[in-house]
Ligand binder design. Structure first.
Ligand SMILES: Nc1ncnc2c1ncn2[C@@H]1O[C@H](COP(=O)(O)OP(=O)(O)OP(=O)(O)O)[C@@H](O)[C@H]1O
Ligand SMILES: [Mg+2]
Length: 263
């Protein structure tokens, strides 16, 4: 069995198949998660074993309600699994104290939520600057840097707008800038292109791809949008709480584009 073989390998390094020597960004073993009790009980994740490789953009696809957001939330340390193990770049999330996990997440993980989760009283640039402020940057420097990232995704004219003064696609771009601004090693994105027109969606996916294709980084994207499948090297197909199929494809986009100097 692949899983047993990999357990004998040194932590964090894959030894099977064509992934030999590639670092494992996310290692998941026996992960289960349910919500509710009795009649309301839903088994959202069923004994998931999965390795996400570094240096790649990995996509998760599957029908509504199959567990995609739940899986991303556990990977990002926002939600606890019921059982099983999740390690990020060799660090076991499930064995960390709450405090250590919060600190680890703030430094290493960026999350683009399905519902943008912007703070309503802060401008676009201030929202995007939050991870840098948390990391101890001076506020004006953090806002300046966040403004550069926003400008690179066509939001240069909306820096001072509040979320209530932005369209859905613009709010999504602020959420993406916020997730990218501190250059996290692991970026997880829930439907990042759902509210975007084709061209902006392609720009955003190229940005996410550029963030992924480094040996010590990884990006995971949940999507229904088949226009963006071309950006992923691997696609995990989920159904009813399980990963039912892993698809390997050659990403057709260049590894590092020159229109993303920020990452
Ligand atoms: N907080 C919660 N309380 C109760 N049930 C939940 C909760 N969050 C998710 N679920 C249930 O768990 C299952 C998986 O939900 P999840 O949000 O992970 O699906 P999804 O694949 O992201 O769907 P979508 O494509 O619609 O976003 C669903 O049946 C959902 O109703
Ligand atoms: Mg979802």
């Amino acid at each position: 069995m692949m899983v047993a073989e990999e357990r004998r390998a040194p932590a964090g390094v894959a030894t099977t198949g064509d992934e030999a020597g590639v670092e494992v960004a996310v290692r998941i073993r026996g992960l289960g998660k349910h919500f509710g009790t009795g009649e309301q009980r839903v088994q959202a994740l069923r004994s998931i074993d999965w390795d996400v490789f570094a240096g790649q953009l990995t996509m998760i696809v599957g029908p509504s309600g199959c567990g995609k957001t739940t899986l991303l939330s556990v990977i990002a340390g926002i939600l606890d699994g019921d059982e099983g193990e999740v390690s990020i770049f060799g660090e076991p999330l499930d064995r960390m104290s709450d405090r250590a996990r919060t600190r680890f997440r703030a430094t290493n993980i960026g999350f683009v939520f399905q519902q943008y989760n912007l703070l309503p009283a802060l401008t676009a640039a201030e929202n995007a600057a939050i991870p840098l402020v948390i990391a101890g940057w001076r506020r004006d420097q953090a806002v300046r840097r966040a403004s550069e990232v926003l400008a690179s995704i066509g939001m240069g004219k909306k820096l001072a707008n509040l979320p209530s003064q932005l369209s859905g696609g613009q709010m999504q771009r602020v959420a993406i800038a916020r997730a990218l601004v501190h250059e996290p090693r692991l970026l997880v994105c829930d439907e990042p292109t759902a509210a975007l027109d084709h061209e902006t969606g392609q720009t955003v996916m190229q940005l996410l791809r550029d963030a992924a294709v480094r040996p010590d980084r990884a990006v995971i994207v949940v999507t229904h949008d088949n226009r963006v499948f071309q950006f992923g090297e691997r696609i995990a197909h989920m159904d009813d709480g399980r990963i039912v199929r892993l698809e390997q494809r050659a990403a057709s986009q260049p590894s590092l584009s020159d229109f993303s100097p920020l990452l």
